[in-house]
Write a protein that binds this ligand. Structure first.
Ligand SMILES: C[S@@+](CC[C@H](N)C(=O)[O-])C[C@H]1O[C@@H](n2cnc3c(N)ncnc32)[C@H](O)[C@@H]1O
Length: 198
């Protein structure tokens, strides 16, 4: 079980649900990509999954955020990790990092995410958060995340899965989305997500 430092039972507004962080951890440990770029780290809740995985198999970790918070720096130190940090907008980091996998949870606005999707054209597996927020909760400024989802759903090279179930005490209806050109078992992923408790 992954321990996420500072995580409480109420999901902080900006952060992924515990269940979805666990899903990233499970995906990384199961499929062991060579490299991953995480866009949008904030205090490092989702980054915990990446750094913990990187201790268990060789994983080239790239972290991108326009602000590197003290909490994220502390997390990196706690893991004694040495990720490549890109303190810049995602659109600058994606070509530099050039990773097999990407986790997209940065600026959710359409202009940014449209460009991210173009730049991620060679990325084999894309994980994204908040892909159902505009529909489920009507949040303004999140239309980019839904654009990302529709883009991959329309691209015949990718198989897609989204968990956006409403669960009491969680905020999973915001949407956790995976698009992959690799041999990932998305049915097992769905089972794994549904089995976890926060
Ligand atoms: C929703 S928070 C990420 C939460 C994190 N994934 C978690 O689950 O704990 C969004 C983050 O994206 C960052 N961000 C906003 N615009 C960005 C951009 N254009 N490029 C990279 N990061 C960006 C913000 O600074 C913020 O830390």
């Amino acid at each position: 079980m992954l321990t996420i430092k500072g995580y409480t039972h109420s999901v902080p507004a900006m952060c992924m649900d515990y269940r979805h962080v666990q899903a990233i951890h499970w995906l990384l440990l199961t499929y062991k990509p060579a490299s991953v770029l995480e866009i949008g780290c904030f205090h490092g809740y989702s980054t915990t999954a990446v750094l913990d995985a990187s201790r268990q198999f060789p994983l080239d970790v790239h972290l991108c955020d326009i602000v590197i918070t003290p909490e994220l720096r502390q997390l990196i130190a706690d893991y004694d990790a040495a990720p490549m940090i890109h303190q810049c907008p995602s659109v600058a980091a994606i070509p530099r990092a050039s990773c097999q996998w990407a986790i997209v949870d940065g600026d959710h606005a359409l202009p940014t995410v449209s460009r991210e999707v173009e730049l991620l054209a060679d990325t084999a597996t894309v994980i994204a958060h908040d892909t159902n927020v505009a529909t489920a909760l009507g949040w303004v400024g999140f239309d980019g995340a839904e654009h990302l989802k529709r883009h991959y759903q329309a691209d015949g090279r990718y198989r897609c899965y989204e968990d956006c179930q409403v669960r009491p005490g969680e905020w999973t209806e915001r949407g956790f989305f995976v698009a992959t050109r690799e041999d990932l078992d998305l049915v097992t992923l769905a089972n794994v997500i549904n089995c976890w408790a926060p």
